[in-house]
Design a protein around this ligand. Structure first.
Ligand SMILES: [Zn+2]
Ligand SMILES: [Zn+2]
Length: 343
């Protein structure tokens, strides 16, 4: 059996495993980077000291900063579609389809698919009464905590045809979920991002060196805890997938060594058998031969083999083993050979 087909299982496992492992390693380094940046990020109040604080940094940019304040729209706020008394600065409307789908393993499982998602936003600031910081590019936030304003589920009542169709297609409709979430006007949130000067004052925005912008109701310490636990989880995953990779590689190596040892043993045996045959032939050969009766290659042993289709009898059995493709007399391709008995 070809070596590759022997290790195809291990190769597939190793391929998938290294993809996952690579992803985990990348996530871990990202997680550590954020964790370090967040740990050293200063927590600043929105007040008159902020102006002095920002002057201490090169080109008046604080690369990563934690600021808490009240959400205040700069213009007219967005009014909720479902509750007229609720206003906010970011609105997310989602429609999700709930289905029961047959998995590849043949089981039916609940699944949700987002059919439609819309964001609306209006410029806003984080405020502390007198002082404001504008939040730029809020929708780019990696963590955006929104309040659920409305969450409705409309179940579908399937008919007989739907049941039959569902059985064959593997998807049964359960219903539609319509959801409205908002970052409410006046909510108290933590913004973590890059603080710099803008034309009208100060602004916070997504940092430049790949760090995420957070707009969250969580505090710095609870965010740190969350990041630390995902870092620990990633470490566990890396150990698990790393072990799988090591085991699969060890198995490939073991199979390769086994195969090599087997091949070496086979070759040794072949050589020994060939040597034995040569010796036996040498003992039975007629020693007193005329020149025309001798093999044209070694001119030592008698001619013993007929080459086909050309029909030349010109080789001894020993030399015939080494001449693979063409007749040494007429250069025609050798398709088969047979022992020749000259009496
Ligand atoms: Zn010969
Ligand atoms: Zn020939």
């Amino acid at each position: 059996m070809d070596f590759f087909s022997e290790i195809i299982g291990e190769t597939v496992i190793l391929g998938l495993d290294s993809l996952i492992l690579g992803f985990c390693v990348k996530q871990l380094s990202k997680c550590k980077h954020i964790l370090n940046a967040l740990q050293s990020a200063p927590v600043l109040d929105i007040d008159s000291t902020l102006n002095k604080e920002i002057n201490k940094y090169p080109s008046q940019v604080i690369p990563y900063v934690v600021i808490r304040g009240l959400v205040k729209p700069l213009g007219n706020p967005i009014t909720s579609n479902y509750n007229q008394s609720v206003t906010g600065v970011i609105q997310r409307l989602t429609i999700k389809e709930h289905v029961i789908a047959r998995t590849s393993a043949g089981f039916w499982s609940d699944q949700t698919r987002t059919i439609h998602e819309v964001f609306n936003s209006t410029p806003f600031v984080l405020s502390n009464g007198k002082y404001n910081i504008e939040v730029v590019d809020a929708l780019a936030a990696e963590l955006l905590d929104l309040d659920v304003i409305s969450d409705k589920f409309e179940p579908m009542s399937p008919g007989v045809i739907d049941h039959v169709w569902g059985f064959f297609s593997g998807v049964r409709q359960r219903g539609l979920q319509t959801m409205e979430e908002m970052l409410r006007d006046g909510s108290y949130i933590t913004a973590i991002g890059e603080l710099s000067r803008s034309s009208s004052g100060l602004k916070i925005q997504p940092p430049r060196d790949g760090l995420p912008l957070y707009l969250t109701t969580a505090t710095k310490s609870s965010l740190l805890k969350r990041l630390a636990s995902s870092r620990d989880f990633l470490r566990v995953l890396i150990v698990v997938f790393g072990t799988v990779a090591a085991l699969a590689s060890a198995r490939v190596l073991y199979k390769y060594m086994k195969k090599r040892r087997r091949r070496e043993a086979e070759q040794l045996m072949k050589k020994q058998l060939a040597a034995g045959r040569r010796e036996r032939r040498a003992n039975t050969r007629d020693k007193n031969l005329s020149e025309v009766q001798l093999c044209v290659v070694c001119t030592e042993n008698p001619k013993e083999i007929i080459l086909l289709p050309c029909g030349h009898v010109c080789l001894c059995e020993d030399c015939s083993e080494n001449i693979k493709d063409k007749c040494p007399i007429c250069r025609e391709r050798i398709e088969s050979r047979a022992p020749a008995f000259i009496t």
